[in-house]
Design a protein around this ligand. Structure first.
Ligand code: PAF
Length: 323
């Protein structure tokens, strides 16, 4: 019997049992996230677990597994072998293509802009696309603005990035941009990145400060350039088959709890953004802060023409100009 069948049976049984006895009715759900337990993903997952336990009087218990591969976790949720996960949008465009628009470089000005778009009509409409793909998107969380690290030399201008072999996510929008910059994008699961950097299989990687600190990349990367080249949103997703086994009240409880978890995730990102660069410098990284982002945007012009063809110029402008 698969674990999902046992979850479905537990949910069915739980609905027959008196709610006054939370021990008997307890339902254990499996949750995954892609980074270390002390990261922003760990915070989101732990907050969700606490909120659900509190609001359900202990009926829902989450077993949280860190360091999962994002694409595989999404697939597992689709087929019902994983109940819940937090993931960046990195692999999500492979499942819900419309969402990949948010991965366009330099689309969002800052955190305030990004959060407003995702919490506004554009972001909320995207969440409605997931059930057709076997998933329920409970809330937008946050990974953060991505920056480039490498072991070869300081990157001050787009030309400095040329020829570097940089690990990227399995994300076509990102890979198009890196190719345009003359970088050799090398997609691989995040679980393999530390070893690949250590062994020199790739020269660099790109991720937000909270990931770079939580993953201890200062041990294997010398240079960090604060390119902020793309905002990386996160999503709290649930298997639709698990969600459909809940009562309407429970479904609302999951949505409300996910909103609290997403808020905690954003707060953790903000907290690490405030201290992370100093921490990485102290750990020996050379940090390039004075980056002319307009030069990177100029270099990416042909990629923007491709994005306009793919997503529609007006849809991109609607996000870019959202106030
Ligand atoms: O680089 C990635 O794959 C993602 O940013 C990560 C670290 C898994 C967090 O979503």
């Amino acid at each position: 019997m698969t674990r999902w069948v046992s979850t479905a049976m537990a949910l069915a049984l739980a609905s027959l049992l008196p709610s006054a006895n939370p021990t008997l009715a307890a339902t254990t759900l499996q949750m995954g996230h892609p980074t270390a337990s002390n990261s922003h993903y760990g915070v989101a997952s732990a907050t969700l677990a606490e909120e659900l336990a509190r609001r359900s009087n202990g009926k829902f218990k989450l077993v949280i597994t860190p360091n999962g591969a994002e694409r595989e976790m999404v697939e597992s949720a689709q087929i019902g072998t994983l109940d819940l996960l937090v993931t960046s949008t990195g692999p999500v465009g492979n499942f819900v293509p419309e969402v990949a628009i948010v991965d366009i470089p330099f689309l969002f000005k800052d955190y305030t802009h990004a959060r407003a778009v995702l919490d506004g009509p554009v972001g909320q409409d995207m969440l409605k696309l997931f059930p057709d793909k076997g998933l329920v998107a409970l809330a937008w969380g946050e990974n953060g603005f991505r920056h480039i690290t490498n072991s070869k030399h300081a990157i001050n201008t787009p030309a400095d990035a040329k020829g570097l072999k940089v690990r990227t996510m399995e994300n076509q929008v990102h890979m198009t941009a890196f190719r345009q910059l003359g970088v050799l994008p090398t997609p691989m699961a995040f679980t393999e990145v530390f070893t690949a950097l250590q062994q020199g299989t790739v020269d660099g990687q790109e991720n937000p400060i909270p990931v770079i600190t939580a993953s201890k990349f200062a041990q294997v990367q010398k240079y960090l350039t604060l390119t902020g080249h793309v905002y990386s949103p996160a999503l709290i997703l649930m298997s639709k088959s698990t969600f459909d086994g809940l009562t309407p009240e429970e479904q609302q409880m999951f949505r409300d709890s996910a909103m609290v978890a997403a808020k905690a995730m954003r707060e953790k990102v903000a907290a690490v953004e405030a201290t992370g660069v100093a921490e990485l410098r102290a750990a020996g990284m050379e940090v390039i802060t004075d980056v002319d982002r307009s030069k990177f945007q100029e270099a990416l012009q042909p990629a923007y023409a491709e994005y306009a063809k793919k997503f529609g110029k007006e849809n991109i402008e609607r996000i870019r100009d959202y106030a």
